[in-house]
Structures are given as C-alpha cells and as structure tokens.
Design a protein around this ligand. Structure first.
Ligand code: AMP
Length: 478
C-alpha cells in the first residue's frame, strides 16, 4: 500500500504494535498521540530492525517521530564518547533542526540521551563544550557541522545512525556537495534513514549511493487532505493593489489572525511595515533577524500578542501552530510544493482552515503548476472594490510582449483606480524559478550565509532556538 493519508485512515493499529519501549510509549502517551500516522506505522518497525529506510514524505505527515521514536530506543543502550556522536541528523535549516531537537526532548523525556544542536547563530564554543562531553544525538545543518569538523572538534567515525531529512530541500539550497562530503566521513557500516518530500532524479541518485537495500515508504503528499480541509481562494489583481487587497480581505472576512507569506525577505519587511502603518498588529519573521527576536516574535504570535505574522517559506516548513485559521500567500510561491507547505499550516488535523492567494497576471505559470499539483483549480475570488485581472498564460505573455507591454486592467476591472499609495513600491520582475534553482545550487557552506542569501529569493526563517534539554549538563555515565 503506497498511498496513505494522514488523519484519514484508521486501521486500528496502535503504537503498542510497533515494538517501541515502555519509556517511549509513555512519552507518546503524554504527547497525546492516539494512533501512529501512516509513515510511523510503516517506518518504525523497520528502523527498529536497523534497516535503511527511504521515506518519501512531507512535513506534517509525522515523519519526524517516525525516525526519532525508534532512534531513542536504539540509542538507549550504549553511550557516547567525547567528540564522537553516535547518531547524526542532517537537516537543511536551523528551524527544522530545532524542531527535531524538540521532538527528541518530548519523546526522549524518560530516556537519558544527550544531544547537541549544531546550527548557525549559536555560539560555537557552547556547541564544542557539548561535543566534548559526548553526545548520543547530533542534529546539524551541513555547513555548521563541516565547520566543526574542519576545526577538529568532532569525529564522525562512531556514527551508527545517519538521518538525512528533507533531502530535496538540501538540493534546492545547494547543500548536496556538503552532504556528500559528510557522508564520505562516516563509517560505511551504519543505518541510514533518508527522507525527501519529492524524489527528483538527483535525489534518487543520492539515495542509491547512501542507502543499502532500503525499505521504501511513500506517503501521499499533503495536497488532498489540504484540499479537503482548507478552503482555498485565489484573487487575481494588479500587483500594485495587493496590499490594499490584503487589507480588504482581512477586514471583510473578519480575520483576526493569520500568517502572510511572501517570497522575498525585503517584501516581508515592506509588507510588515505597511500593515503596521495601517494599524494591524503585525510582525515580520525572517532569517536576517537575530535568534532572540525571531523566537520572541514567534512566541508573541503563538500567545496571541501579535495577530499577523508576515513570514517566509522556512517558517512554513518549521512552524507548528495549533489552530491557525488563515494563511495568506501574498506572493504565489515559486515552487508548487511550497504552496502545499504554506497552506498546510492551517486546516490541521481535520480542522477548518482558509488560504487566500493573491496572484497578479504574470503569475499564470506558477498558478498553473500549483493547480496541477492539487489536481483542481483554486476557486477564484473577486475583492469588493478592486478590479480583478486575468492570469497570463505563456501564450498571452508572448502576445503581450509582441504588443508591447499590456499591464492594463481587464474589462472586469471597473473598480476605483487608486493613486499609488506610499507603501506600494514599484513592482518587481519575478525571478525565473528555474534560474533561481540553478543559482541556489551554487551556494554552500555556513548555514548562516545560506539562510540569508536564500532569503532574497524565497524567504524563510524562524530561529535558532536551543531547547532547554540542551542546556542541561550531560550525564557522566549511563
Ligand atoms: P512532522 O511531519 O514530523 O512535522 O509532524 C507534524 C505534526 O504532527 C507535529 O506537530 C507532530 O507533533 C504531530 N504528530 C506526529 N505524530 C503524531 C501522531 N501519531 N498523532 C498526532 N500528531 C502527531
């Protein structure tokens, strides 16, 4: 059975059937999980058997627990030597690394595993001290891990389990050479768990190189559940009217809280300032902010003291906020999977959610690819008082350029034509997604640098949170 839907199938299998220890089962119970998700049901028994696993699954499917839960049990016997971690989890972003660390904290609370988080934005000295004490689980972004390795602060020859998470995102971010280098430093005999939301040929090639006779597990992309629980609307408007459109939707739909996604860091800032100027209680979240202010912003959004969070795609990947009712795509995402990730922040666990996307005519091709992924057209929504436009198809665009421009308003757009307000910068030419991908391949190294440079295209960003358990002194012995 390959196609499984999280939250939609109940076959009566419980966590008790998976072979996990009583300590881990108790932690799962405390976390309030009733039933394993499809990827957990399929992966956990194989991970416990120390088999390699190739998991094709996205965030939101419960994939993190599918490897953390059995890893805790496997690692609970044995102990780490100084500077020689016993397991390594590679993730593309600090946010994801932090989230995985939090998962270990929750599920491992009755086990005494030691852990270190090697991510940018956190003092290397602190990280080195932890490594010196010996860690069972090392969670790292590739750039920071190599920094430590090259300074001789870490030895990788005792790694028994390697997890590569979100491999396709690593590819997008240009991390694959780093990942290959890291894997070449690991023992050949090890268990490897490899996860990716998509399996393009390059990722297939890597998985073939890294895994031995893996158990392949595919869980369905989030598109269908998302389409079922999230009411989606798409408005096509002139780029210059997007801010006005956003304000109108917020007011007319009485939206009290939402995440608003932009593609670029600078647009996150501009939009945030504009919302604040119009008396919305908003804040920005992106990778140029320091760790403390990112965390503070996120906490304020979680506790309701900020109502609108203007954010980027890393936030979409890492953010886990219960009951988020509304997501806005202020920009149509460059990659159709990001649309699924973004709207997947709402309508969770069968709850009702709303996703509004603001597109402008040049977004035609991007919208087409999202709708292809969804398998249906996103219902169109006109915004009262604003003219609606048509999306350009590739043919239109060719025609337009032959005719020399054509940013004119469509026949339907008879709404009041407004003067450009001061919060509306000139429209920008959209980057070609293919070129963006090729350029991003070239970037590598320090995840700090990567977070920042990446954000000028597809903005992303949460924080370098160091969970409380990482601050605890490591055990002297087990
Ligand atoms: P992930 O795909 O790992 O990012 O997990 C998505 C969300 O599902 C996280 O908030 C987890 O805490 C939650 N989760 C993971 N496993 C389960 C489960 N068996 N039952 C309910 N929620 C879960």
């Amino acid at each position: 059975m390959n196609q499984i839907f999280f939250f939609y199938m109940h076959d009566g299998m419980s966590f008790l059937d998976l072979g996990l220890s009583p300590e881990v089962l108790k932690a799962i119970d405390d976390a309030g999980y009733v039933e394993p998700t499809p990827i957990q049901k399929e992966a956990i028994p194989y991970v416990l058997m120390t088999r390699d696993v190739l998991g094709c699954a996205q965030t939101g499917t419960g994939k993190t627990a599918s490897f953390t839960l059995p890893m805790i049990d496997i690692l609970s016997s044995g102990r780490a030597k100084a500077r020689m971690p016993r397991s390594l989890i590679l993730t593309p972003t600090r946010e994801l690394a932090t989230q995985i660390a939090e998962n270990f904290q929750i599920y491992g609370k009755f086990n005494k595993l030691t852990m270190a988080l090697l991510i940018g934005g956190v003092s290397m000295d602190e990280q080195t001290k932890k490594l010196d004490r010996g860690v069972d689980v090392l969670i790292a972004t590739p750039g920071r891990l190599l920094d430590h390795f090259e300074r001789g602060r870490i030895l990788l020859n005792d790694i028994k389990i390697l997890v590569i998470d979100e491999a396709d995102r690593m590819l997008d971010m240009g991390f694959i050479p780093d990942v290959e280098k890291i894997v070449s430093l690991l023992p050949k005999i090890r268990q490897t768990l490899f996860f990716s939301a998509t399996m393009p040929p390059e990722i297939r090639r890597l998985s073939d190189a890294f895994l031995m006779n893996p158990k392949e597990i595919t869980v369905a992309p989030l598109s269908r559940p998302a389409a079922e629980t999230v009411t989606q609307r798409l408005s096509i408007i002139d780029q210059r009217e997007k801010r006005e459109a956003l304000r109108r939707i917020i007011r007319s739909e009485n939206i009290e809280t939402a995440i608003i996604f932009c593609n670029r860091k600078r647009d996150v800032d501009i939009l945030n300032k504009s919302l604040c100027k119009h008396d919305f209680n908003a804040a920005a979240l992106h990778g140029d902010m320091d760790q403390a202010s990112r965390l503070e912003t996120l906490e304020k959004f979680k506790d309701g003291s900020i109502n609108f969070l203007v954010a980027s795609d890393v936030a979409a990947r890492g953010l886990d906020i219960e009951d988020l009712p509304v997501v806005f795509n202020f920009d149509v995402p460059m990659h159709s999977e990001d649309y699924i990730h973004r709207i997947g922040r709402t309508g969770r666990a069968g709850r009702e959610g709303h996703a509004y996307t603001l597109a402008s005519p040049p977004d035609g091709t991007l919208v087409e690819s999202i709708e292809k992924l969804l398998g249906n057209e996103i219902p169109r929504m006109e915004i009262e008082g604003l003219g609606s436009e048509n999306l350009d198809s590739s043919d239109d665009r060719r025609g337009r350029s032959r005719r020399g421009g054509g940013r004119g308003r469509s026949e339907k757009s008879k709404g009041p034509k407004r003067a450009r307000s001061d919060d509306q910068p000139p429209t920008e030419k959209k980057a070609d997604p293919k070129k963006g991908r090729a350029r991003s391949e070239k970037r590598r190294n320090s995840d700090d640098k990567n977070d920042k440079s990446r954000e000028d295209k597809n903005v992303v960003g949460l924080g370098d949170h160091v969970p409380a358990f990482l601050q605890k002194p490591a055990r002297a012995s087990r």
